[in-house]
Design a protein around this ligand. Structure first.
Ligand SMILES: [Zn+2]
Length: 175
């Protein structure tokens, strides 16, 4: 025990037990998750896995324009931005790059708080713009469909889903 260092220090994040995530496309996320597997329920816009440190904590990463996005290269999945399990005891932080799990550094509480605030602002802007509908071009031409609207089956358009989310967000928000 060092008497010279009285600063509060957190224990370092746990060593990651899983350095690879295989992916599994599923219709719905199963109740029991296999460690080391990234489950992708695209109809629900959700990716889920158990924390790569091995603590067993379930990590849900919603796939939305303001949350996470996946890249599927036909063999592996990349997930971005990084996954920070700040609410779990382990505080694991890593990125998933082409199926590999790469540890990232621990974040200070200040940085986490700042990131959450930034995220709230991004979501509020995004959903309020969506709630106002597509923006008409000034010259009277038809609005350009967003990337999400192109090539998606009707009932699964993210825009429909976001509208529903936005409606809930703004109906139930504590303002
Ligand atoms: Zn963990």
């Amino acid at each position: 025990m060092s008497s010279g260092d009285d600063r509060h220090r957190r224990p370092p994040p746990r060593e990651l037990q899983h350095r690879r995530l295989t992916h599994r496309f599923v219709p719905i996320i199963p109740d029991r998750l296999e460690p080391g597997v990234l489950y992708l329920a695209l109809d629900y816009g959700t990716a889920t896995h158990t924390c790569c440190c091995g603590c067993g904590e379930e990590v849900v990463t919603p796939l939305t324009p303001t949350d996470w996005r996946i890249t599927y290269d036909g063999e592996t999945i990349s997930l971005s931005p990084s996954v920070g399990n700040w609410n779990a005891a382990c505080r694991s932080h890593y990125i998933v790059e082409r199926g590999r799990v790469i540890p990232c550094g621990d974040w200070s509480d200040e940085r986490i708080a700042a990131e959450r605030q930034r995220d709230c602002g991004t979501k509020a802007r995004y959903y309020s713009e969506l709630a106002q509908g597509p923006v008409e071009a000034d010259d009277g031409r038809a609005p350009i469909p967003s990337q999400q609207e192109i090539g998606r089956p009707e009932r699964l358009t993210p825009l429909t889903r976001w509208r529903e989310i936005a409606r809930r967000l703004f109906t139930h928000s504590r303002q």
